[in-house]
Design a protein around this ligand. Structure first.
Ligand code: ADP
Ligand code: MG
Length: 245
């Protein structure tokens, strides 16, 4: 399946809105993300992080504005036409498929030849360091290993953009720290672009090149961890980030 977006330089959200009935979950979100960046969408529960991510993925329609990839509208395309990789909090693996089959599923669906699928699955297994676990079922793996499978499955299709929604929040504190480092390593080695949703300030500060702070469905500030620390936009941002000033 040809993806609409095999290469891109910028993803742009212009005045993106989304409502659910009378609730305005997102209003007027303007944001540009460049190829290669690791961007965190950060904010308290209910601020619109998942809604933003799902609108970018195409899992949710937008109610206003536009989403553009290199200036071309993608908000009218179906999720599979956008071709982005997704990683969810609950892993969303197929319980009856092995690690290898879970990772290869998307390639099979796209009609990629067997030999090429095997090569790319091997590469993804190495990338997420799951060698030796290929024949296991998800139920036989730890939470961290299951999340590694989910990440491998997302990157094996070589997506231009990987979207992660609180991928570590089901893990215990120790695994969370370990997988945090792994996610940044995988981003660097894969050489892709990542949008990472989290409500955890430390996670955003330690992982992201740039942080987008959301509150009540609007962007309050966008900046590098250093910029946010040096000059938070307002008291709310400073307080939420845990910076005293
Ligand atoms: P976050 O991911 O930041 O916790 P969400 O994007 O899931 O927040 O939700 C933003 C707001 O939209 C919340 O008030 C939430 O209750 C509401 N919302 C999200 N999805 C739906 C839905 N499918 N139907 C109705 N309201 C929704
Ligand atoms: Mg959410």
């Amino acid at each position: 399946m040809p993806s609409a977006s095999s290469r891109f330089n910028t993803l742009t959200l212009e005045g993106v809105g989304r409502s659910f009935g009378t609730l305005n979950a997102l209003h007027g979100v303007d944001l540009t993300i460049r190829r290669g960046e690791f961007v965190a969408l950060l904010g308290p529960s209910g601020c619109g992080k998942s809604t933003t991510l799902n609108c970018i993925a195409g899992l949710l329609a937008i109610s206003g504005g536009r989403i553009l990839l290199d200036g071309k509208r993608i908000d009218t395309l179906r999720p599979e036409e956008r071709g982005f990789g997704m990683v969810f909090q609950n892993y969303a693996l197929f319980p009856h498929l092995t690690v290898r089959q879970n990772i290869g599923f998307g390639l099979k669906m796209r009609g990629v030849a067997r030999a090429e699928t095997a090569r790319r699955v091997d590469e993804a297994i190495r990338l997420v360091r799951l060698q030796g676990q290929e024949a296991k079922l998800p139920g036989q793996l730890s939470g961290g290993q299951q999340q590694r499978v989910a990440i491998a499955r997302a990157v094996v299709i070589e997506p231009p953009l990987v979207l992660m929604d609180e991928p570590l929040s089901n893990l215990d504190a120790k695994l969370r720290l370990e997988m945090r480092a792994e996610i940044r390593r995988i981003h660097n080695e894969f050489g892709g672009t990542t949008i990472y949703v989290t409500h955890d300030q430390d996670e955003a500060l330690s992982l992201a090149d740039r942080i987008v702070v959301l509150k009540d469905g609007t962007i309050r500030q966008v900046g590098t961890p250093h910029e946010l620390y040096e000059s938070p936009a307002d008291r709310d941002v400073a307080e939420f980030m845990g910076f005293r000033n």
